[in-house]
Design a protein around this ligand. Structure first.
Ligand code: SAH
Ligand code: SF4
Ligand code: F3S
Length: 470
């Protein structure tokens, strides 16, 4: 029984990060034979990618995937702790699992991911949801075989959550969702400690993967026919800072571009570490996609300071202009939080002002959600929820207006689209993304799947476009 502790998780040890290879003991390889599994994912791309690893590990244990949760023998929830509503959704689902377990007592149920790193969550599970078989965290995914082995042999909830990050595990098996696009982790954890954010606690200290391991993975993906890689990290621009070597994100980006893989993307970029050298590299390589997610969070200097973001409205706008100048066709999207503790109408108007200046291609907007254990959760917050909701509504109207305007520029133009899915509603339609990350529905036969084709845009909406093969 290893319980999580956020206070421990806050610590940043000087321990050298070890790199080791994934291993699975033969004795675990038969546990799942004849059984099926279902994993539900709640979080960000990192969480989605963790699920891809989890699925492959389960398959090495003999389990087979089942799309129908109700009929699966093993059900695992890979959770997200970023906001209260993610938390509530998971507990809603745990309630449903309880009924399933009553009907089919033989099933195995578990919880993993970022919520598992929070002691309030694990306490609640131990008090109210004792039927769950196991809980593990973000730092020991590779130990899943041993955890399941223990869980099955016990008749109480087996908890195995490490608060301090573990090693970097290379060569983890992976069952990718797509045959054409792949996520590649370049770093784990985050050391930025924005005051509202739980991630530095649930994901531990920043640990960059070795550059040679990343390049090896990209090269092998290219060999397997992948067209696109997305380099993943909470804060990719800080890549390498923890390695104390003489290369950084711009060097990594350049090496990844030089592998010749057709499309390179990266998320998320914190404005703080966005260097001129990076902007040069993005502008120089045609296979680095002209799409940048540049979270703003707030346009008010006072709020940015309280958030611990370490940039100002002015320096953000400067960076934004620099990127637009170097990569003129770039689409830029953002994240914004309204209703941070103490945010007043003037602060909010500053945020709107930045949105009006940047005219983002799109934005994810959120109402501040206090996360227990973070500094912002203790700050005085006397703005009524109705006022926060109204700000969110006003913000969304402006964001949507610019999203539509940005899309309208594409009308009648030809753009490259990687066609990756058959539409669920109409199987004569394929869907994919432009280089600038716009979703396009295209009338095209299945032979185009997995290809990057020029598409003429025939209609635009706020969140997607329609087109035909040019
Ligand atoms: N590493 C990324 C953010 C990951 S979380 C970055 O720094 O840009 C994704 C988004 O969730 C954040 O950008 C922020 O806008 C939002 N978010 C994080 N914590 C939040 C909280 N406590 N309440 C509301 N939104 C939050
Ligand atoms: Fe959270 Fe800030 Fe780290 Fe992003 S950079 S994950 S918002 S602490
Ligand atoms: Fe959520 Fe954890 Fe990602 S909190 S946003 S799943 S890093």
């Amino acid at each position: 029984m290893l319980m999580p502790h956020l206070d421990e998780a806050k610590k940043r040890t000087k321990n050298k990060v070890l790199v080791r290879k994934f291993e699975i003991d033969d004795k675990f390889k038969k546990i799942g034979v004849g059984k099926t599994y279902y994993v539900k994912t709640y979080g960000c791309q990192m969480n989605v990618h963790d699920t891809e690893n989890i699925k492959a590990i389960l398959e090495e244990m003999g389990f087979k995937e089942n799309d129908d949760m109700e009929k699966s023998d093993l059900i695992l929830l890979n959770t997200c702790a970023i906001r209260e509503n993610a938390h509530n959704k998971v507990f809603g689902m745990i309630g449903r699992l309880k009924h399933l377990k009553e009907d089919r007592p033989g099933i195995i149920t578990g919880v993993c991911g970022c919520m598992a790193q929070e002691e309030v969550v694990v306490d609640e599970i131990l008090n109210k949801f004792k039927f769950l078989d196991f809980v593990f965290g973000t730092h020991n995914i590779d130990e899943l075989p041993a955890i399941l082995y223990e869980a099955i042999s016990k008749n109480k909830t087996f908890i195995d959550v490490k608060s301090i990050e573990g090693d970097i595990v290379e060569d983890m098996p992976v069952k990718r969702d797509s045959k054409y696009k792949a996520f590649v982790n370049i770093m784990y954890g985050c050391d930025k400690f924005c005051t509202y954010c739980i991630v530095p606690y649930t994901r531990g200290k920043q640990r960059s993967r070795r550059i040679e391991d990343i390049i090896k993975e990209v090269e092998s993906l290219k060999k397997d026919g992948y067209k696109e890689v997305t380099l993943l990290g909470q804060n990719v621009n800080a890549y390498g800072k923890d390695l104390n070597l003489d290369y950084d994100m711009s060097d990594l980006l350049e090496l990844v571009a030089k592998t010749g893989i057709e499309r390179v993307r990266f998320v998320t970029s914190h404005p703080w570490d966005f260097t001129d050298k990076m902007i040069d590299v993005i502008g120089k390589y045609p296979n680095i996609m002209p799409y940048i997610h540049l979270p703003l969070q707030s346009g008010s200097d006072r709020i940015l300071k309280l958030m611990g973001r370490r940039y100002t409205k002015e320096s953000y706008l400067e960076l934004f202009d620099k990127i637009k100048k170097a990569v003129p066709n770039a689409s830029i999207t953002t994240d914004i939080i309204v209703g941070f503790p103490g945010e007043n109408d003037d602060d909010f108007l500053e945020t709107l002002d930045v949105v009006n200046k940047c005219k983002y291609d799109s934005a994810f907007t959120f109402i501040f959600s206090p996360r227990e254990g973070t500094p912002a959760a203790k700050m005085k917050d006397d703005t009524p929820l109705s006022v926060k909701e109204e700000r969110l509504h006003r913000l969304n109207e402006v964001v949507n207006k610019y999203a539509l305007e940005a899309n309208q520029k594409y009308l009648d133009k030809e753009v490259p689209v990687l066609l990756e899915n058959v539409s669920e509603k109409d199987d004569s339609m394929l869907a994919g993304y432009t280089d600038t990350m716009k979703l396009v529905n295209v009338k095209a036969s299945k032979e185009y799947l997995g290809k990057i084709v020029n598409v003429k845009i025939t209609d635009v909406k706020t969140w997607s476009m329609d087109g035909e093969i040019a």
